[in-house]
Design a protein around this ligand. Structure first.
Ligand SMILES: Nc1ncnc2c1ncn2[C@@H]1O[C@H](COP(=O)(O)OP(=O)(O)OP(=O)(O)O)[C@@H](O)[C@H]1O
Ligand SMILES: [Mg+2]
Length: 274
């Protein structure tokens, strides 16, 4: 009951212990040069959450620091009230495509099965059930026919689908996806968004780095605006506005005006704010 969510952005009484992600005073630096400054953030459960910001804003770094893949200079992170290390089994991750070594000699099914290792245990062979689970996940993203194809021999969009299948197989409660829509065609984009909706419908929380400002209001409930610092975070209808976008993107106004015009056409846009 504490987890029922009715409307996007409805205010809920989250204690920080219940929140899928709670970040306090997070600072991350590469070679002593800070790229994320003093981030404080609590994310709601069961929603589709966009992380938005220009190239180099620290979006991937943010996710990696939550997952312990890059060290934090300071700050604390909790996943459902506990450390990431103890909650790892609840978290699925789809990395940004450019950060993956696609020459690694494995096929699509292996990649998906790797997502199951926490359930299987490392050094244990993948059994029939695991294989079936991996195949089911590939089926869900329309990639079952490519199960035995080397990952390096798939197109970019197909690789992206395989990584989504891997996250699905993990059966996580909280997903981090770093630009799953990057470089995919319209059909794959539709497949990904319906997958996200399906995950939401069964109560999962998805944190998705997203570059297309126009689709933020239609795809997402909640938004995190990031540019080294946290500009703002909250329900799309209150936080995704011109002032915040200007703060996030600086002068790139053509893009912004276009995005906001599109947003204004959507029914949920508040017609007379302030
Ligand atoms: N391993 C690294 N070593 C040094 N600097 C890094 C490293 N990874 C990222 N950076 C720098 O940190 C900053 C944030 O990078 P990050 O990849 O988090 O940005 P991003 O918001 O994900 O960008 P994009 O939209 O291009 O994916 C950038 O200035 C980048 O050059
Ligand atoms: Mg990135």
């Amino acid at each position: 009951m504490a987890h029922t969510r009715k409307t996007a952005g409805s205010k809920k009484n989250y204690t920080q212990a219940q929140a899928p992600l709670c970040v306090k005073d997070l600072t991350v630096a590469y070679h002593r040069k800070p790229v994320l400054w003093d981030i404080d953030l609590t994310l709601p459960e069961g929603q589709l959450i966009a992380v938005v910001g220009p190239n180099g804003a620290g979006k991937s770094t943010f996710i990696k620091s939550v997952l312990g893949l890059v060290p934090r200079a300071s700050g604390a992170i909790s996943i459902y009230g506990k450390s990431y290390e103890s909650q790892r089994h609840l978290v699925g991750y789809v990395p940004q495509r450019e950060s993956v070594d696609w020459d690694f000699p494995v096929n699509a099914l292996d990649v998906v099965a790797m997502g199951l290792y926490r359930q299987i245990g490392w050094f244990r062979p993948v059994n029939k059930n695991h294989r079936k689970k991996a195949l089911d996940s590939l089926e869900k993203v329309g990639m079952a026919n490519y199960a035995y194809r080397q990952i390096s021999q798939l197109s970019g969009g197909q690789q992206q689908r395989v990584f989504l299948a891997r996250a699905l197989a993990q059966d996580a409660r909280l997903y981090f996806m770093d630009e799953p829509f990057a470089g995919v065609d319209a059909a794959t984009e539709r497949a990904i968004i319906s997958l996200l909706k399906e995950l939401k419908s069964v109560g999962k929380t998805c944190v998705v780095v997203h570059h297309d400002l126009q689709t933020v209001p239609t795809y997402f409930d909640h938004v995190v605006l990031l540019n080294m610092r946290l500009v703002d975070a909250g329900p799309v209808e209150t936080v995704f506005n011109e002032e915040n976008l200007k703060k996030t993107y600086g002068g790139r106004l053509t893009l912004l005006t276009h995005a906001l015009n599109e947003y204004a056409k959507t029914p949920q846009f508040p017609s007379n704010t302030d």
